[in-house]
Every structure is written in C-alpha cells, then in structure tokens.
Write a protein that binds this ligand. Structure first.
Ligand code: MRU
Length: 337
C-alpha cells in the first residue's frame, strides 16, 4: 500500500511547545492553521469544531493535557475542562483517562508528551490496519456511500471509514465513492470531498436526501461510516443521518459497515439509549456558510449524532478484527473488561 499516495494530511501537529491544528471550519476555501499554547485554547478548538472527528479530538485533548503540564497548570482542572468540551465521542474521555492514569502514576511533562505521542501514533497504525480489514470485506468493482468526514482530518491520519475506502480504491475493490453532504455542518461536502479530490479518488457528492434513491439504483453495495461511540451491545452513535442510512441500506439489501478504533468502543455503556447525544446551537441549521437562510423568528432542533441499532449493522471493523452482525456477547469476547 502506497500510503504517501493516499494519505498526506496531518491536521493535528505537535510542535514541541504548542499544538498546531488545521482549522476545519474554514476548509475547503482556506487552509489556515491555528496554534494552541494552552489547554483552554485546545478546549475551545474542540468545542468550536476547529478540530473534530472522534479520534482527532481525543488526540488533541491529550496534547491539551501536555500543554497544561508544561505551563504548570492544575492538571485536574485541565482534565475536567477538556472532558466537558463535547459529550458524545468517547475517544475524548478515553484519551483523557489514559493521560490521567499516567499522571496518577507520577508522570512528568516529558512522560505525558510521550503518552500523547503514543496515542496519536497508535491511531494511525490502527487506521491502516482497519483499512485492510474493511476493504477485504468488499467485492471487486463495488460502489460505496460514506457519511460525514472520517478521514485524515478526523484522525491521526488515513481515516477510519475513509481509510477503508482508501484501501479499497488502492486494491481495486472500490470503483465509485459517493459522499453525503452531511447537513448542517457539511463535513461530507466540505471535508470528505476535499480529501477525496486531493487523493484523486473518483467521488460524487450527493445531497443527504438522495441516499435512499442512490441505494435503490443499485450502484452502491456498502455504506461505510465511522463512529463516535460504540456501546457494549454494538449500538453505534455517529453523525446525525447515519441511522436513516442504515435503515435505507437494510431495505435495499446494501451492506452497512462501521469502522472505528477500539478507543471508540465503550463497554461501560450498555446500549445506544445510554449514549448522550450532543445538541448544538440551532443557529448551525438556520444559516449556510454564515448566511442566514431561514426566516427570522424560526427555531430549530439540532442533534448532531444519532444511534444506529446493532441489528442494522453488518460489520464493525476495529484494529482488533471484524465483528459481523454484532451482538453483546461477541462484543464482550472482543473487548473484555
Ligand atoms: C473517524 S471520525 C468518526 C466520527 O467521529 C465522524 O463520523 C463524526 O461523526 C464526526 O462528528 P463531528 O461532529 O464532525 O466531530
């Protein structure tokens, strides 16, 4: 696999004394980097979606703890502040728990820096492995539909669902990629299309509302998505709109694949009903690119994740292996306490 051909973006970059983030709010119009020198700046970058995607916010938060240590700030306060930045993606809590364990064991700033780097490096390795595992499930000459952005921008690099797509394209299994816009924040239109075009991968953008029609046409064999939290029974929280894709996929005989590192699996959460779904500012729905599109006085409801029941998922791919038709007992075997 020629990783340099398909994967050149590194959106989270440690600079030795500060964290550099590719500002995802501005893509694809502008490639602007922001520098965070404090844990508070990293927290704000996570809240405002300058950095986003479950693994990427965990990695950024880990570096936030390193910054707090270097500045001599209270590490307990930094951990609490970063933890509260966003509620749904468990990678955030997972990374902070890992940093906390090192703090409890007496780690100094240099040791915390090594831990954050390990979290980042392990994510890239996991993504490359998942890419191979997921692609092997796909028949040659397939079409696939993806949702949101799960690529290098959302991870340490390569991506989760987009990593499977990269590996599938490289091996000739995937011939055509479709990406849903992912309203309201347009991660699919703004970010996934940016990554796919940079890689020269044949891709077509669709309106989210075109997905069922696309599946009915028979040109996609798999829907491939990432995850923000996978509960102990396999129920999966991911970007709003994922659930309706899974329902439409089952209706049309299209397979549904979830790709996420084990850091996204939360065995302490029994089912999808127990996952907190982030509600964001209704203003994100009432405007497009900062331009108000809805009549003044209108209100909106803006949940940004939903839960796909395990029964609608054909395969969960993690770096530990593939779980087909996930159940609580198989999840328990793959992710023992
Ligand atoms: C590897 S990314 C998987 C998920 O984190 C992704 O699909 C997603 O829902 C991201 O949501 P976002 O609100 O953009 O952080």
């Amino acid at each position: 696999m020629d990783y340099d051909r398909y994967d050149r973006i590194r959106a989270v970059q440690w600079q030795g004394d500060h964290l550099r983030l590719l500002d995802q709010r501005l893509l694809p119009q502008e490639e602007r980097w922001i520098d965070c020198a404090t844990a508070a700046q990293v927290t704000l970058a996570i809240k405002d979606l300058a950095v986003r995607g479950a693994p990427a916010i965990g990695i950024a938060a880990a570096w936030g703890v390193v910054l707090a240590a270097k500045q001599g700030e209270s590490l307990d306060s930094a951990l609490a502040m970063l933890r509260a930045a966003r509620p749904t993606a468990v990678n955030l809590m997972w990374a902070l728990d890992r940093m906390k364990a090192r703090i409890t064991a007496g780690a100094d700033a240099a040791a915390l820096e090594r831990e954050a780097q390990a979290i980042q490096d392990e994510d890239l390795i996991a993504n490359r492995h998942m890419g191979e595992l997921g692609a092997s499930l796909i028949a040659p000459h397939s079409g696939v539909l993806t949702h949101c952005n799960t690529g290098s921008l959302a991870t340490a690099g390569y991506g989760t669902a987009l990593g499977v797509i990269r590996a599938g394209v490289a091996s000739g299994r995937i011939e055509q990629v479709f990406a849903g816009e992912t309203r309201p924040w347009q991660q699919g239109a703004r970010l996934t299309m940016w990554e796919l075009v940079r890689d020269g991968i044949p891709a077509k953008l669709i309106a989210d509302s075109a997905a069922a029609h696309l599946m009915k046409s028979g040109v996609v064999q798999w829907v491939i998505v990432g995850a923000d939290r996978i509960a102990a029974n396999g129920d999966t929280a991911n970007k709003i709109g994922t659930y309706q894709l899974a329902i439409a996929a089952r209706h049309h005989g299209v397979k549904f694949m979830v790709v996420a590192p084990s850091s996204t699996v939360d065995m302490a959460t029994a089912t999808g009903d127990d996952i907190e779904i982030e509600l964001r500012d209704p203003a994100e729905l009432l405007a497009v690119a900062g331009q108000r599109t809805v009549v003044d006085g209108a209100d909106a409801w803006n949940p940004v994740f939903d839960v796909t029941p395990a029964a609608l998922i054909d395969a969960i791919v993690t770096e530990r292996g593939v779980i087909e038709r996930p159940t609580a007992s198989v999840m328990q075997l793959m992710f023992p306490a």
